[in-house]
Design a protein around this ligand. Sequence first.
Ligand code: COS
Length: 403
Amino acid sequence: MKSEGRPLLDLAHLSWPFFDDAQRAFAAGLAAWAHSNVDAQLVPGNVDESCRRLVRALGDAGWLRASVPRAHGGLHDALDVRTLCLAREILAWHDGLAEFAFGMQCIGSGWIALFGSDALKAAYLPAVCAGRKLGAFALSEQEAGSDVSAISTSVVPDGAAHVRIDGAKTWISNGGIADFYVVFARSGEAPGARGLSAFVVDADTPGLSVSARIDVIAPHPLATLGFDGCKVALSQRLGAPGAGFKVAMATLDIFRSTVAAAALGLGRRAQAEALNRAATRRLFGGPLGDLQLTQAALADNAAELDAAALLVYRAGWAKDGGAARITRESAIAKMYATEAAQRVIDRAVQLFGGNGVRVGVKVEALYREIRALRIYEGATEVQKIVIARDLLKAQAAAAGAAA
Ligand code: COS
């Protein structure tokens, strides 16, 4: 998307008390960098190459230091959720693919940062941080997307020091361009959720293949992977045998807030475009923005975006402040911010009239880009289950304590 006529990125929310000065400086610096550098990385019609170039540029400029802990080249001792959210919000505002490239680099390696052995962290995280290795994770299957406990890809022992992985994974973001995949498979210690394990599998491991690429409405690298007797060292496992489900859920808890932040960035961009449109488009003898129905749309957008931002940064603030789990907070943030951004973008498209659905107009791209965020990393319906269960568990615990 060309930068001519691009509205100004409003970072007024950086004054909110959720942030410290380092986070504010990071956000302002990234915003300035993105303004001048993102478009130059995009290769029209080639999402694979665009992503490789974006990751390399983000690494060279040091922004991927937010994606790994300090011991491996990162900015903070542990992953700083607010910094990750700010990055995804700002990059999404500029370009959906730039946001995707950054986000995948973070979540593709986040499982290693959170649950990897020191050797695994040393082997992967510095290269992720430098933008020299692309990460991905392989959780979903044809029959196991929302229901993670139904995973059927199998992992069985192969000698004393190895395992063998067989099965297929689909909807794998960065599939086909990643250098490694965090793969969740059934190790069988117990039925259901308690019998899964996670392994880091290098993309060039014999037996691992890309069986199909998947085309979607907002193009990004996406593929189905096959695992055919894929031999992996036991030392590539993340966490204890059978702990894969908890590894998955605990990591998703963190990254769901960052998906919410990405939605916020897309929504904020739509509002900026809508405000420009309201000021410049003339209709019925005056600016579009003089019409009260336009004002209503802008006001609804502003309220929903502020609410989304408060939920996103509340979740990050809680985690960075030491909360053991932010399951409920991150699920609420993801559910609300992705759904709200969809509504905000839809209103912006409406204000653009016919031009809103014209290919090459920014709000048209946003309309396509937001849609998948309501589905991946836990669809809105899954977030509702997670939130309600957490509320009911808290209620039962409170009732138990009072008895
Ligand atoms: N952090 C740590 N542990 C967690 C956890 C979390 N956020 N959520 C659940 N667990 C633990 C539970 O405490 C439970 O532990 P015990 O076995 O010790 O009791 C275990 O994991 C199983 O939890 P639960 O019974 O809730 O599992 P379910 O199979 O019922 O989970 C949902 C169902 C829908 C909540 C889960 O499968 C989910 O979040 N699915 C969506 C996954 C997703 O995002 N898919 C998209 C793929 S990524 S594009």
